[in-house]
Design a protein around this ligand. Structure first.
Ligand code: FAD
Length: 398
């Protein structure tokens, strides 16, 4: 039976943001029947700042979406200024791996561009559908999902593969009992707000004792101003302050007094958002009939601002593995095991750097780790740029 609320697909993806829509888009470009559902509707925001590292920009470029992101009004960022220990170093972003800029589009813009690209590629995108659990066959293999639409009507989607791209608190991961294979040290807090009314000159970073703050210029002349600290520090400041806004101002004053001074001339255009505590963790990536991608499978503290790039890399690794499994080009367990192995190898260096950064070591060590992070990102960008683009030929002839 194939009705709006009951249908069958090669792949059902749960979660339609950076991980889910990218996976669905690539699978649809590879010729598969894909449905991607999300309890949210688009455009809508999510709690996240949104600087995309060079490796993530390389993915947007390879997938033919970078121009759309820039055309949305997200400014091309070509300067990065790093402030630490009283010194300020300003660099121009070099032309490497095919890109000479980074970008920080608002998530309601980026996620909508990706969901629309998935739809354009032929995926069925279904906003307003909440998944409540997975369906299994008699042998325990996952063969679909159950849920309901916005009106509360039941939804039943059958699939050869179910992909959980439903974020840190993934319902799919819980339903299949995905194990946490690695639990790093607990991460910290990341808080942010948007400001307008003053000029921004590229990305800025400010390192101070037990804090990391910065500026990500975004749409409409606004910038995302953020501050990352240990969870205990954010909690203590919040308890002593009259409001979240006051606590944010106090943290910024401690972390980046020169930035706090400049912001006195600016206008805050949003409430203060963020998270007070984050894990560093790696989940099992697949099992019979299911796989996880994005934050559902791997979460790291936002201090490295790398989750979007992780999601884009792993979406492609997973789409390639599922394509092989669906076409029976490879035995499915071997294809998915390769996905898990490639994901775990690819994320390793940045994961370890993130775990160390989120413990807020002394400033010189923090700065050294940031340099290592830059090297790891450039290496990953070069490796991604050298890969064939999944579904490119089909896209070119469409
Ligand atoms: C404060 C903060 C700042 C950050 N800053 C950056 C940054 O600057 N750069 C960067 O690269 N990364 C950053 N990150 C990380 C980044 O936000 C995440 O890694 C990224 O959003 C992961 O994308 P995802 O698609 O895996 O999951 P999500 O973005 O969490 O999307 C999951 C989707 O699944 C849907 N969903 C969940 N459950 C269900 C269900 N049961 N049924 C249907 N749908 C469901 C949700 O509605 C949601 O739309 C930051 C994170 C935080 C918290």
């Amino acid at each position: 039976m194939h009705t709006a609320n009951r249908s069958r697909h090669d792949v059902v993806v749960v979660g339609a943001r950076v991980a889910g829509s990218a996976t669905a888009m690539l699978l649809a470009r590879l010729g598969h029947d894909v449905a991607v559902v999300d309890q949210a509707s688009f455009p809508s925001d999510t709690v996240s700042t949104h600087s995309i590292a060079r490796s993530g920009v390389v993915q947007l470029h390879r997938w033919g979406l970078l121009d759309e992101v820039l055309d949305s009004g997200a400014p091309a960022i070509r300067q990065v200024t790093f402030n630490a220990g009283g010194e300020s170093v300003r660099r121009t972003i070099k032309h490497k791996a095919g890109v000479d800029l980074v970008v920080a589009p608002r998530r309601y813009v980026l996620d909508t561009i990706l969901a629309t690209a998935a739809q354009r590629a032929g995926a069925q995108v279904r906003p307003g559908v909440t998944v409540t659990g997975v369906r299994r066959d008699g042998r325990g293999r996952v063969v679909g999902v159950d849920g309901h639409d916005g009106a509360g009507a039941p939804v039943e989607l059958g699939a050869r593969w179910v992909v959980g791209a439903d974020g840190l608190r993934s319902r799919v991961a819980r339903s299949v009992g995905a194990a946490i294979n690695e639990l790093g040290p607990a991460g910290g807090a990341a808080q942010y707000a948007y400001y307008a009314g003053v000029p921004w000159d590229g990305i800025e970073f400010f390192v101070a004792a037990r804090s990391f703050a910065g500026v990500f210029p975004t749409h409409d002349g606004q910038a995302c101003i953020w501050v990352c600290t240990p969870a205990a520090d954010a909690g203590a400041v919040r308890r002593g302050a009259g409001s979240r806004v006051e606590a944010f101002g106090e943290l910024l004053e401690r972390s980046a007094p020169k930035l706090a001074e400049r912001l006195r001339q600016a206008r805050r255009t949003s409430p203060v958002l963020g998270v007070l505590r984050q894990p560093n963790q790696l989940r099992q990536a697949f099992g019979p009939g299911w796989a996880l991608v994005g934050d559902a499978g791997y979460y790291r503290d936002a201090v490295t601002a790398y989750g979007i790039s992780d999601a884009f890399r792993d979406a492609e690794l997973l789409a390639v593995a599922l394509d092989q499994a669906l076409r029976a080009d490879a035995e499915e367990a071997a294809a998915l095991a390769r996905y898990e192995r490639q994901r775990d190898q690819a994320l390793r260096e940045v994961f370890e750097i993130t775990c160390r950064l989120s413990a807020y070591p002394p400033v010189p060590t923090f700065v050294e780790l940031q340099k290592q992070l830059g090297g790891a990102i450039d290496e990953e960008a070069a490796a991604l740029a050298a890969r064939p683009v999944p579904g490119e030929r089909r896209l070119a002839t469409a």
